[in-house]
Design a protein around this ligand. Structure first.
Ligand code: GDP
Length: 426
């Protein structure tokens, strides 16, 4: 059985925590898209970790962690990350890397940086991990698959060809030093030796695992609103963040995904530029940012302060719909305990009309939030383990949002730890 854990919003919804928690019952956890550009923060019995490339199931001895073909694989970063967890007493995880995953090249990182510099104030707010240049090359059919590292003759020829193209761009577009062909080939040999023990025909492996009835988790990065097709284009990421893409980015049949857990945060946060209708500013924002997440809303990869805002019913309903949600995991609810009243964005006003349907970017940029206020519960809810024990206003907040988004909230996360979860039968 395959379960996808994906985000409804702009990312940072707490997917890492939910995946880490569900991985207890899973055999295999797969990353199917994205790269080392975003992070998942996980708090468990080994401590607090920020993962960027590894799936959030690496903390159990019984799990196999897979980097699927849809991922932008930064090989040195993967190995640094493995080292950073084993150094802290986490048992060496069992890792497999798809032979069809493509490699983030050193020049992808450079092009990402140069392009953001060139764009100046119009930049995308990229994390400069090379993700956009990586996916551009993948679809321009000039990327490098892991499997290509093992065919020396073709590899050397391709490196020569790619250097030629890239160097024209470096010289004329960015006035930067060229890539040395020999050096790049040498780097790729190092990558090959690092990754060799882990390379696997992942779709075949998963086909067998499915036949054996294994429990498989697909772990998404970022959320619906960053999807290149259905998100706030162009301020999106470069690979699909939707559960549907899990089938492609892992190499399994789409009908095998039986459960889609969409993680939805009890308020909003976003990194990078782009429309964010329910965003708040000033004192009010500083306070939410400071109290948010687990020790403040600052990016797990970049340390950048996240933009914050109130819960957005319009964006979240859309976010859940596009994921094909079967269950909503409602997270970081404990953070809102300081508020007497909780504002919620229930509609968008666009050109004088109120809508509850999420629009395309041009209209979104004109949208103003319609805010309703709900009474707060004004107390600490961490440590509570059953739905009935939650304060009445807290239950009302959950039920109000459930009604507005139209998908069942079956899990409520009231703290960063594995055990901070309330299951709710629907
Ligand atoms: P992801 O990218 O979706 O995995 O999300 P991140 O890990 O970037 O951000 C979520 C942050 O919220 C992390 O710091 C988590 O430790 C924290 N977190 C997750 N769930 C909860 C929760 O229910 N309550 C609190 N207070 N923090 C949480």
């Amino acid at each position: 059985m395959v379960t996808a854990v994906v985000g409804a919003n702009w990312g940072d919804e707490g997917k890492g925590k939910i995946t880490d928690m569900l991985a207890k019952e899973a055999d295999i956890i797969i990353r199917f898209q994205g790269g080392a550009n975003a992070g998942h923060t996980i708090v468990n019995n080994y401590g607090k970790f920020a993962l960027h490339t590894l799936p959030s199931g690496v903390f159990y001895e019984h799990t196999t962690s897979i980097i699927g073909n849809g991922v932008a694989l930064d090989i040195p970063k993967l190995f640094e990350e493995i080292k950073s967890i084993t150094e802290r007493n986490v048992p060496t995880p069992k890792i497999l890397v798809s032979n069809r995953a493509q490699i983030v090249m050193p020049y992808h990182v450079l092009f990402d940086r140069y392009e953001e510099e060139r764009l100046g104030k119009n930049s995308f707010g990229s994390t400069k991990s090379g993700i956009a240049p990586f996916y551009s090359d993948k679809y321009a059919k000039i990327g490098f698959q892991v499997s290509e590292l093992f065919d020396e003759e073709t590899l050397a020829e391709k490196v020569r060809r790619i250097c030629e193209t890239k160097n024209i761009m470096l010289k004329h577009m960015y006035q930067k030093p060229p890539i040395e062909e020999k050096e790049l080939l040498q780097t790729l040999h190092e990558y090959r030796d690092m990754v060799a023990p882990y390379v696997c025909d992942v779709s075949l492996y998963l086909d067998r695992a499915l036949k054996e009835g294994k429990n498989i988790l697909l772990e998404g990065q970022l959320g619906t609103l960053k999807d290149p097709d259905h998100g706030i284009y162009p301020m999106v990421t470069s690979s699909s963040t939707l559960a549907a893409y899990g089938a492609i980015g892992a190499g399994i049949p789409p009908y095998e995904i039986k459960k889609i857990i969409t993680v939805c945060k009890a308020y909003s946060s976003a990194v990078g530029a782009g429309a964010f209708v329910s965003e708040i500013f000033g004192e009010e924002a500083d306070e939410l940012r400071r109290r948010g997440g687990d020790g403040g809303e600052f990016g797990a990869t970049t340390g950048r302060p996240r933009r914050v805002g109130w819960f957005d019913c319009v964006a979240s309903r859309y976010g859940c719909r596009l994921q094909g949600t079967t269950d909503v995991a409602f997270t970081v609810l404990d953070v809102l305990g300081y508020l007497e009243e909780i504002p919620v964005c229930t509609g968008y006003e666009i050109d004088g009309e109120v809508t509850t349907e999420f629009p395309v970017t041009a209209s979104l940029n004109k949208a103003k939030p319609v805010i309703e206020k709900l009474p707060g519960w004004n107390c600490e809810i961490r440590g509570i383990r059953s739905y009935e024990e939650l304060p009445e206003n807290c239950r009302k907040y959950i039920e109000f949002i459930e009604e507005r988004i139209g998908y069942p909230i079956t899990m409520i996360s009231n703290g960063p730890g594995r055990e901070d979860i309330i299951y709710r039968k629907r």
